[in-house]
Design a protein around this ligand. Sequence first.
Ligand code: PEP
Length: 251
Amino acid sequence: MRKNIVAGNWKMNNNATQTKALINDLKVALEKVSANCRVLISPTSINLTSAVAATKGSVIEVSAQNMHQATSGAYTGEISANMLQDVGVKTVILGHSERRTFFGEDDTMLTEKVTTALENNLEIIFCFGELLEDRKSDNHFNVVESQLKNVVLALNASAWKNIVLAYEPVWAIGTGETASPEQAQEMHAFIRGLVEATYGKTLANNVSILYGGSVKPANAQEIFSKQDVDGGLIGGASLNATDFTGIITAF
Ligand code: PEP
């Protein structure tokens, strides 16, 4: 059966000192509650090693925000899947809208990244979602379908034990505007239907589908209560231990 997950994406925030402090705050906050979900944080790559050490023995897992598609070589400034594994990172976020928009990550590149991550036994949180103009023109289902078909729905069924989906409507990321619980459920049911049509009901029921886009403690419970929403990918609110814990305890 699929797992509920709350994953924080810290983006380019928190230096080494702040990373340790936030992890410490989070550990203290989580000791007082029972987390009925997996909890992940994604610090910047320079702080992954210390984050793995700082979270050891706690419920908090550490994921990366990105990795390069090549296994090694002349790619100045990049980080490989093996480097993530080597420092104890087991999960990587791929396809975030900021990577797609600011760093030109398209379906072809993401297919390469997904393939490399899977070959290196990394779990993937695969992000996708429509732009505001797609939703306004009623094209959001088509956009999401093509983002999935061009990358993860082309994988063998066996790969899916390491795939988590994160639907993130771009118009809701960092804007304070959230998809309504009904809009989230409608899209998540559509996504699960696509997975079912490709791989069958059992696999589709076992895939965790996260919602991302301005999730806060105040709206998490209602969004997470929807049948096909299995948790959230959290940006801004994951930078504060109290807010992040408030979202985690929404389950
Ligand atoms: C994100 O960046 O994945 C995200 C959902 O950000 P925020 O929660 O700030 O909208």
